[in-house]
Ligand binder design. Structure first.
Ligand SMILES: Cc1ncc(COP(=O)(O)O)c(C=O)c1O
Length: 472
C-alpha cells in the first residue's frame, strides 16, 4: 500500500515503542518465545494485498514482543549489552527519517559532518591521538577487521609489498602475536584478512586472562618480518586487561632493534577502552594511546542502539589506502574525510549520529559517571554474591563478573552452575549468560546498561540466591 501517511506510521511506532520501553521494569527480561515460535506467528504466505502502515507495525509488534529480550533493563547482563540512552534512541529515529547515505560529504554533508564531530569527541573521551581516523562500523567485529586490514597492509608495505595492488600473492609471512585470551572476533578477522586464524602466535595469559609480557618479549625476539601485536583492554569473560603499557614498551624495543617500520600495535577494547572515559579505572588502560589502531564499541558501554562499533587508526592515509574507495586519501572540502575511506562499506546508515547525541547529552562528566557507575554496581554485585552460600566469584574486574556454584553431594560444580543459570533465566528477573572460563562452566554478569541501579542489584542477588538455594 503506497501513500504518504507518515503520521499514522510514526504515531503507531511512537506508541508501540513507548509502551515497550515503559514496560521494561515489569516485564521478564528473558523472551517467552523462541525464534521458531516467533516465525510461526508471522504470516507464512506472502499476502497479495498490503496493509496500511500503522496496522503493519501493530502486527509486527504483536509477533515480535514474545521473542524480544529485555535488553533495556538494568537487570539484563548477557554478552556486553548496553541499553539505549534516550538521546541516542531519539537520534537513531532521526537517522532513519533523514535517510542519508553517510559515505560522501559532498552529497550528504550533515551526516558526514556530524559523524566526524562524533569521532573527534570519541578521541577526546578515550584520550587517543587527535589526528586519528574514526570510522563507525557495525560493531567491534567490523572494527577489528577494518583495523587489521590497515595493519596488514602497513607492515607488508614496510617490506615493499603492495597489498593494495598485489593482494597477498607472494607476500612475506605476517606474524600476528596475541594473548591466548584474545576475543574470538579477532580470529575471525584474521580469516577475513587472509592471514588465517591458526597462524596467530598465542602468548600465554595469567589467571585473569592477561598476556604475560615476558612471554611476549621472548616471542618477539625470535620473530623476523612484518609483525602485528595485539593487546586486549577488557576480557569479555573476566574483564582482565593486558598490561598495555608494558606491551607498548616491548613493541618499542622491537622497533628500536629493527631498521624497518614493520611492527604494528593494535588494541581491542570493545568495551574496556571506555574506562579511559571514566575516572575510576583509567589506569588499567594506560599506554593505550601508544597503539597504532584501536577497536571500540558504542553499542556496548556508550549505550547507543545496535549497530555501532568504532574503528580508530592513527594514520588516516594508511587506513584509506587499505580500505578506502579512492586510491588516495581525499578529504571532502573542509578537511573532513569521507566515511567511505574509513569503513569497509560504501552506502551506509549514519550510525555515528546517535553517538554524537549520546555524548552531547552526557557531556564529559556524564560519560565518566555512567562508566564509573556500572563498575560500582558490578563491584557491589560481586561483593554481595561472595556472601551467598554456594556461590564462588571467579572473576570481578570493572563491569564483568563470573560466578560458579560449589558442587553438592549429588551434583558436580558444572551441573549445579548450569542448573542455577537455568533457574535464573526461567524466573526472568535477570539475564546473565554462560561461559567457560579457565576450563570451568561459569555464569557471566556484565553490567553495561546505564540503568542498572541498586534496586536492580538487590533483585539480581535475590534471584541468584533463590536459584542457588533451590539447587542445593
Ligand atoms: C574484546 C571484544 N572484542 C570484540 C567483540 C565483538 O563485538 P561486536 O559483537 O560488537 O562485534 C567483543 C564483544 O563482546 C569483545 O568483548
Amino acid at each position: 500500500m503506497l501513500d504518504a501517511d507518515f503520521d499514522s506510521a510514526l504515531d503507531a511506532a511512537n506508541e508501540l515503542a513507548r509502551a515497550w520501553l515503559s514496560g521494561t521494569d515489569e516485564r521478564p527480561v528473558t523472551p517467552s518465545a523462541d525464534a521458531a515460535a516467533v516465525l510461526a506467528s508471522l504470516p507464512v504466505e506472502l499476502p497479495a494485498a498490503g496493509l496500511e502502515p500503522a496496522a503493519v507495525l501493530r502486527e509486527l509488534s504483536a509477533c515480535a514482543e514474545p521473542g524480544l529480550a529485555g535488553t533495556g533493563s538494568g537487570r539484563y547482563l548477557a554478552l556486553v549489552t548496553g541499553g539505549v540512552l534516550p538521546s541516542a534512541l531519539g537520534a537513531d529515529w532521526l537517522v532513519s527519517a533523514w535517510d542519508q547515505n553517510a559515505s560522501f560529504g559532498e552529497l550528504y554533508p550533515a551526516a558526514v559532518a556530524i559523524e566526524h564531530a562524533a569521532g573527534r569527541w570519541i578521541l577526546d573521551l578515550l584520550d587517543l591521538p587527535a589526528e586519528a581516523a574514526v570510522g563507525f562500523t557495525t560493531g567491534a567485529q567490523g572494527a577489528n577487521t577494518a583495523t587489521l586490514l590497515a595493519a596488514r597492509n602497513a607492515v607488508l608495505a614496510a617490506h615493499d609489498h603492495d597489498v593494495e595492488a598485489r593482494g597477498l600473492q607472494g607476500a612475506p609471512r605476517v606474524n600476528v602475536v596475541l594473548g591466548d585470551e584474545q576475543h574470538s572476533t579477532v580470529f575471525r578477522s584474521l580469516r577475513f584478512a587472509g592471514l588465517g586464524a591458526d597462524t596467530a602466535i598465542r602468548i600465554p595469559t595469567d589467571r585473569r586472562g592477561r598476556m604475560i609480557p615476558s612471554a611476549l618479549r621472548a616471542a618477539l625476539e625470535t620473530l623476523d618480518g612484518p609483525t602485528i601485536v595485539y593487546a586486549q583492554a577488557g576480557n569479555v569473560n573476566g574483564g582482565g586487561f593486558d598490561p598495555i603499557a608494558k606491551i607498548a614498551d616491548i613493541v618499542d624495543e622491537r622497533r628500536s632493534r629493527r631498521s624497518v617500520e614493520d611492527t604494528w600495535f593494535h588494541i581491542d577494547g570493545a568495551f574496556g577502552l571506555w574506562v579511559r572515559a571514566g575516572n575510576r579505572y583509567r589506569a588499567l588502560a594506560t599506554g593505550s594511546e601508544r597503539a597504532d589502531s584501536w577497536t571500540c564499541d558504542a553499542h556496548k558501554w556508550l549505550n547507543v542502539p545496535y549497530d555501532c562499533g568504532i574503528s580508530i587508526v592513527r594514520d588516516p592515509e594508511v587506513l584509506a589506502r587499505a580500505i578506502g574507495l579512492q586510491a588516495a586519501y581525499l578529504p571532502t572540502p573542509g578537511g573532513i574525510p569521507n566515511p567511505v575511506d574509513l569503513v569497509p562499506e560504501a552506502s551506509r546508515r549514519a550510525r555515528g549520529i546517535p553517538v554524537w547525541a549520546a555524548i552531547r547529552a552526557l557531556g564529559r562528566d556524564g560519560t565518566a559517571t555512567m562508566i564509573d557507575r556500572s563498575c560500582d554496581r558490578a563491584t557491589e554485585l560481586a561483593g554481595r554474591l561472595r556472601h551467598v552460600v554456594g556461590v564462588q566469584v571467579r572473576a570481578a574486574v570493572i563491569n564483568q563478573i563470573i560466578i560458579r556454584c560449589a558442587a553438592t553431594p549429588t551434583q558436580s560444580a558444572d551441573e549445579r552452575t548450569q542448573a542455577v543459570l537455568a533457574a535464573v533465566l526461567g524466573e526472568g528477573i535477570c539475564h546473565p549468560s554462560s561461559t567457560v572460563w579457565k576450563g570451568e562452566f561459569g555464569i557471566r554478569l556484565s553490567v553495561s546498561n546505564w540503568r542498572t541501579d541498586e534496586d536492580d542489584v538487590n533483585a539480581i542477588v535475590a534471584s541468584i540466591e533463590r536459584a542457588v538455594v533451590g539447587s542445593a
